[in-house]
Design a protein around this ligand. Structure first.
Ligand SMILES: Nc1ncnc2c1ncn2[C@@H]1O[C@H](COP(=O)(O)OP(=O)(O)OP(=O)(O)O)[C@@H](O)[C@H]1O
Length: 262
């Protein structure tokens, strides 16, 4: 597996308060990495620096492109340029067009992706519709294609947002609390699907999450932040038994949440 993202020592200050201090991490193709930590730990700020929504004070975010044989520092790119490079993003509050149908939302995302790639040969409406249907089938949502997006269940809204992000064929996907607001069954299905898609598409996924069943059940690697710094990195087993993580963040909650299945 090739490394596609290398975050090197990034920091962010608001006035004299350091929201994120000297964070470094790497992601490989097909890998699911969870960024966890208590409220205010700096997870969203780290995400926003990688995605270009927040300007870092220092460091580099190298997006490595093996095909081109180069690497691009995302910290000096705008968020639309970052998206065009092959980095997708989903949000805590899903961003979809609720006045359109499910398939129209995906078609719109495909059209936007085509525009960003500056393709000379624009695909026809018919081709885009077929491609949108294939994407919805991959997300097990084909049956909802012609429903109004405003009428589908919340778990399906989150899957629709994922379909729209995948329309851009990202090599790296940043997911901010993908399972927030979902029932235990919905969130486990959502993360199982994400893991399958990451492996099929060789796509790296970095996600933040507060639901520990999802984190410990699906992440290949877990990175724990507290007070703006990384305090531990490792496999789910290593993190579960890490005494610093237990003291600062997890305590007995993992065991409780996992045993109650919530
Ligand atoms: N625009 C801002 N101005 C000032 N302080 C900010 C700003 N954005 C974030 N912070 C502060 O930076 C710290 C890290 O916030 P951040 O949202 O990254 O944490 P988080 O780990 O994502 O938390 P949560 O789990 O609650 O989403 C917090 O103390 C927050 O109050």
């Amino acid at each position: 597996m090739k490394t596609i993202l290398h975050v090197d020592n990034i920091s962010k200050a608001y006035g004299d308060f350091w929201a994120v201090s000297e964070v470094s991490l790497s992601l490989k193709e097909g890998q699911l990495v969870a960024l966890i930590g208590p409220n205010g730990a700096g997870k969203t700020t780290t995400f926003n620096m990688i995605g270009g929504q927040t300007k870092a004070n220092q460091g580099h975010v190298w997006f490595i492109r093996p095909e081109q044989g180069d690497r691009v520092d995302l910290l000096v790119r705008r968020s639309d340029e970052i998206c065009a490079l092959g980095i997708g993003r989903t949000f805590q509050i899903a961003e979809i067009f609720s006045s359109l149908t499910v398939i129209e939302n995906v078609q719109l995302a495909l059209q936007a992706a085509q525009h960003k790639r500056l393709s000379l040969f624009n695909r026809s409406h018919h081709d885009l519709q077929a491609e949108a249907k294939d994407l919805l089938d991959a997300l097990e949502m084909g049956e909802h294609a012609h429903q109004a997006a405003s009428e589908i269940a919340y778990g399906d809204v989150k899957r629709l947002e994922l379909a729209m992000a995948l329309a851009h064929q990202p090599r790296l996907l940043l997911m901010d609390e993908p399972a927030a607001g979902m029932s235990p069954t919905e969130r486990i299905a959502m993360m199982a699907l994400t893991k399958k898609l990451a492996q099929q598409r060789n796509m790296a996924v970095l996600f933040t999450e507060h639901s520990m069943d999802v984190v410990f059940g699906f992440a290949d690697e877990i990175i724990v932040m507290a007070a703006g710094r990384i305090i531990a990195k490792g496999t789910p087993d290593e993190i579960r038994s890490n005494p610093t993580v237990q003291a600062v963040y997890l305590g007995s909650t993992v065991i409780e949440e996992r045993s109650s299945g919530s």
